[in-house]
Design a protein around this ligand. Structure first.
Ligand SMILES: O=C(O)CCC(=O)C(=O)O
Length: 277
């Protein structure tokens, strides 16, 4: 018998087979979405000259506004139905594409970017705006999460906001599916799923918040990301592998501790994790 909180057995099976899920009941109503957008405006006001929305990373550690979104009980129910009873929140960042901008997100697997082991993490992608084919909705390669960690290379001279991209030829790009969402909805993807997104050629902004959750048995290599902090969402953390974060009190506040991904840590980190070529 299934003890799922919100997902049907069919949705759970779809996620296991394809590595992603969308078409879920909305998490936020249109009224809530207005609050989400104005909260994002407040966060943007905290950026310093020259900084972009890419800097709003792991600010759930400093902004109660974001912490509460990441701990939304509906999102956590979806995650629990996929990760099981014991998991924590550790990451969040915005992917914002302004109208008529060339930036893309190259094909990649999140697991390649994160110094986490084992690969038992997922992302909830929360749409702050409608995310459509025209404004550069995320695209996924269904089933690609079952092929292990693929070879990534440093893309040069591309419009991608990420520099590590899957080397061509390891999967069939023409099997890609767009993950379109209405504002206030989430999609979910496995950390080994190949995904990316094209440029926004429309007149509408496309803003999404990615929220990263891991099973409690997932350990971060703190020599690569010394600032990693966990926030237990459900169940218990019997492992205590990672430092726990402090719940923020300020509604909107910057986080000036900079988290480090494998991309930023560079080639030595890739080697250490056995991912270099
Ligand atoms: O928002 C996008 O277009 C890409 C998101 C992404 O790459 C991620 O969730 O890791």
């Amino acid at each position: 018998m299934s003890h799922a909180k919100r997902l049907t057995a069919g949705q759970q099976e779809f996620f296991r087979t394809n590595g992603y899920l969308h078409g879920l009941a909305p998490v936020f109503t249109p009224d809530n979405v207005r609050d989400l957008k104005s909260g994002l405006d407040e966060l943007m006001k905290l950026l310093r000259p020259g900084e972009t929305s890419k800097e709003i990373r792991e600010w759930h550690e400093s902004s109660r506004f974001l912490y509460d979104i990441c701990m939304n009980p509906v999102i956590l129910d979806y995650v629990e139905d996929l990760l099981g009873p014991n998991f924590y929140l550790w990451g969040s960042n915005f992917f914002i594409k302004e109208p008529h901008t060339p930036s893309t997100v190259g094909w990649h697997q999140d697991a390649y970017y994160w110094p986490l082991d084992p690969h038992e993490s997922l992302t909830a992608w929360l749409a702050f705006d409608d995310s459509t084919v025209e404004n550069g909705a995320m695209e996924v390669i269904p089933g690609s999460h079952t092929a292990g960690i693929l070879k990534h290379i440093r893309g040069e001279g591309t419009d991608s906001v990420l520099t590590l991209e899957c080397e061509r030829g390891q999967f069939l790009e023409d099997t890609a599916r767009p993950v379109t969402l209405r504002a206030g909805e989430v999609s979910i993807h496995d950390d080994k799923l190949v995904h990316g997104s094209p440029a926004n050629r429309s007149t509408n902004r496309r803003a999404g918040l990615t929220i990263r959750y891991s099973r409690t048995n997932v350990r971060c290599d703190l020599s690569i990301n010394p600032h990693f902090k966990t926030y237990l969402c459900r169940g218990i953390d019997q492992y205590r592998y990672n430092p726990a974060g402090v719940i923020p009190t300020a509604q909107f506040s910057r986080l000036d501790r900079k988290h480090i991904s494998v991309e930023e840590a560079g080639k030595d980190a890739e080697k250490k994790l056995g991912r270099s070529t």
